[in-house]
Every structure is written in C-alpha cells, then in structure tokens.
Design a protein around this ligand. Structure first.
Ligand SMILES: Cc1ncc(COP(=O)(O)O)c(C=O)c1O
Length: 411
C-alpha cells in the first residue's frame, strides 16, 4: 500500500515511469548486490526486530515512514511495488491492488460510500457484471440504481435532478467504443457533491489519466492491458483523495481480495512494456478499422479513431499521443447470428476468446459473452445489433491481422 509518490522521479515522463515506477520500493538490499527486479515475496507473515517494531508495523509504516508488513492479506512488497507505480502514473495519492477487476470494482463502490439509502447513477452500457454486482449486492440492500446514457447532453440535467451520491462510468464503452466527457461529468459531480468513479480499463493510463480530469477513483481490470499477456488476473483502484484511499485499504483487508505476490510481480512486469504494446495495438487498430470500413461485407465500424465516429472529437481531446485505443467493433451486413458464427469459425490468427488487451488479437461476440444476460430488446435499445463483432487488436503485424479478417469475411 502506498500513500506517497516517489519524490526523486516526479519529473519523469510517463514512458519512464512505466518502466521504473515502483522499482525503488524494493526492500531487497543484500550482500550480493541489489536486484533490478523486485523478488517475489511468498511469505504470508513477517517478523520484526522486536515486539515494539511489530506493534509499529501493524500501522502499515515503520517509524521512518517506510512500508511495513505483518501479514500478506494486509499488504505485501510485490503488491506495494505495483500500487506505488500505478499511484504515481495515474497521479493519485495512493492505490490498492486486488485479485481481480471485479474485486476492485466492489471495493471502489464500498469506499465511495455506496450503501443502503444512497443513490448511484451509472452509464447504461457498463461491463455487464458491474451492473449485476450493483443489482445483486447493492440494490437488494436499498441502494438506488439509475442507468443513464452518458453520451447524451441531457445527462448533465439528469445528474443535477437525481443528485446521486456516486457517479460511475467507463472511459470507453463496450462494444460501441463511445467515449464519455470526463471533464464535464466531474464538474457536475463537484457541484452536487457526488463521488466519481471511472473504470479506465479500455483506455489505459498511457492514453488517459482520469484524475487529471477531476475524477476521485480510477480503476482497472489489470487482467487486460496492464498485465497484457493473458496470463494473470488482477485489479487496481487509484484514489485522488486520502479519505477514499483509507477506505479502500480497509475494505481490501476486510474483503480479503488482495493481489497475490506472484500476480503482482506479473502486473509490474506487464506495466514495463505498456507504452510499447498500447502504441502498437492502437496503430494496428486504426489500420484494421480502415480496412473493415471498405470491406463490402461490413455495414459499420465503431472506432473512435475514425472521423466518422460520434466520439472522435472528444476522444482526440481526452486521449494522448493522437491514439484512440485498440478496441473496435463492426457490424456485418448479414445481421444473422449464423453469419457471425461462420465468420468467427473461419478465423485462423485472431483468437475467439472473451477478454481484451492481450498481445494476441481477440475476437468476441457480445450477445454470447459480455452482453449475454441482456434481452434482444435491451441490446437493440443500446444500439448493439445481432451482427456486431468486437475486436481487441493485438501487437501482431497489422497486415497479418487484416489478411486473416479478409479471408474470413470473403468466405
Ligand atoms: C471494462 C471491464 N471492467 C472490469 C472487468 C472485470 O475484470 P476482471 O475480469 O479482471 O475481474 C472487465 C472484464 O472483462 C471489463 O471488461
């Protein structure tokens, strides 16, 4: 757990922070030298010089203000390395890592004060299990849940009317890649005193850092771009405020949903190459979007990097490096499920699998995966057609991805 940025690296650029963030949190000085990579601390419990030092360590800090560990569920050096890197990269006062993105979402909602008698307004096209979590765990105990379209100008009046305690959005929606105006939402939230939470999984800290746009809590399913290799599951919440950070730390301990040392090691390793991977993924995604746009079997492409996308201007303002993410969706002209299944079964390089942000290009069909619990009418209201296919573009050679899509579409 961390509460402070690393002072000597405060003037580093983002790419450098990604490579070195959290490295100097290593408590690994040994007689044989200091490792460049933090070792994996498998220990569940920690001894101290004497009982007074152990007593002090229970506060989470040594007398010198350094992190202190007593029991792995309450924090471990690997998770701390990842947390301090992420806090610094996102510009927060601190961060807490969790065993999954869903665990991070649960803790963020509790830390924001969501409980019986409170109200939350959320974007209607959130990741499905987030809405299910809100319905099953919060609505049932008396939390009022309002779903709204955050891409319509009417949203600001609705927020002023509803006066929610918490506002929850995602930077880029799934699968239509609509972008929300973080600055305008946080401005209204300040007016009405609401806590703001954003799931920034799709945009990654390389493209957008929502605390700079006034948000209180930023979270990621680190399983996706941060880990990046499809081999580890985790989540992280970064807080802009000390009060919220302290709540997060308490809930992490009580829920027991902390990130294990080995997974934290993989997350930090993934973070080192985030800029390179996302840069390549975004560049590939733009080429793929242009290819799909001109293919006769494709009716429509949803990608904020295309000037025809309704969020293009907003995305240009909110996302750095003139890049627009690596997630896109497209609709086949033949809107039948059979046509989609035939297309997916023909793919040879792109993997049909339900995740995103990996080095591999992944293809998914929302009606049977992320949006499985929705009725056809609900999908239609959200603008998701039966022929809609989602692509998470990987780091392969763009020509190979396009060739694979082309042969499957032609067939
Ligand atoms: C936007 C978003 N948030 C959160 C999650 C949940 O993350 P995890 O699977 O790590 O629990 C996902 C998973 O796909 C997601 O797409």
């Amino acid at each position: 757990m961390t509460q402070q940025n690393t002072p000597q690296s405060s003037d580093w650029n983002l790419e450098t922070l990604l490579v070195h963030g959290g490295r100097n949190k290593a408590s690994n000085t040994g007689e044989g030298g200091q490792s460049t990579v933090l070792p994996i601390y498998a220990s569940t419990t920690y001894t101290h010089e004497n009982i007074e030092a152990l007593d002090q360590a229970f506060s989470g800090k040594t007398q010198d203000g350094e992190p202190a560990y007593v029991y792995a569920r309450q924090g471990n050096p690997n998770a701390y390395g990842f947390e301090s890197a992420m806090a610094q990269i996102e510009g927060g006062v601190g961060a807490i890592a969790f065993g999954s993105g869903m665990a991070a979402i649960h803790a963020a909602l509790l830390s924001a004060g969501l409980t019986s008698g409170t109200k939350i307004v959320v974007s209607r096209d959130l990741y499905g299990p987030t809405v299910t979590l809100l319905r099953k765990l919060f609505s049932t105990v008396g939390t009022q849940l309002v779903l709204a379209d955050f891409c319509q100008p009417a949203i600001y009046d609705l927020l002023r009317e509803e006066e929610p305690d918490v506002i929850y959005v995602e930077t880029i929606s799934n699968p239509l890649t609509r972008v929300v105006d973080l600055d305008a939402i946080s401005a209204v939230a300040r007016e009405i005193g609401a806590v703001t939470i954003v799931d920034s999984t799709f945009s990654t800290p390389y493209l957008t850092r929502p605390i700079e746009h006034g948000f209180d809590l930023v979270l990621h399913s680190a399983t996706k771009y941060i880990s990046g290799h499809g081999d580890s599951t985790g989540g992280i919440v970064i807080s802009a405020k000390n009060t919220l950070f302290n709540q997060l730390r308490d809930y992490s301990n009580l829920l027991g949903a902390m990130l294990s040392p080995f997974e934290a090691h993989l997350m930090l390793r993934g973070l080192r190459t985030l800029a390179l991977r996302v840069e390549r993924q975004c560049s590939n995604a733009l080429q793929v979007a242009h290819f799909l746009q001109q293919h006769p079997a494709v009716a429509h492409v949803h990608y904020p990097g295309l000037t025809s996308h309704p969020s293009h201007e907003l995305a240009s303002r909110l996302m750095d490096h003139e890049q627009f993410g690596a997630l896109l969706s497209f609709e086949l002209k033949d809107q039948s499920r059979d046509a989609v299944f035939r297309f997916i079964n023909k793919l040879q390089l792109c993997l049909s699998a339900t995740s995103l942000g990996d080095v591999f290009t992944l293809v998914s069909y929302p009606p049977i995966s992320s949006h499985r619990t929705l009725q056809p009418k609900e999908l239609q209201d959200m603008g998701i057609s039966a022929g809609c296919i989602r692509l998470s573009v990987g780091i392969e050679n763009a020509n190979d991805i396009i060739k694979d899509l082309q042969q499957a579409l032609d067939a």
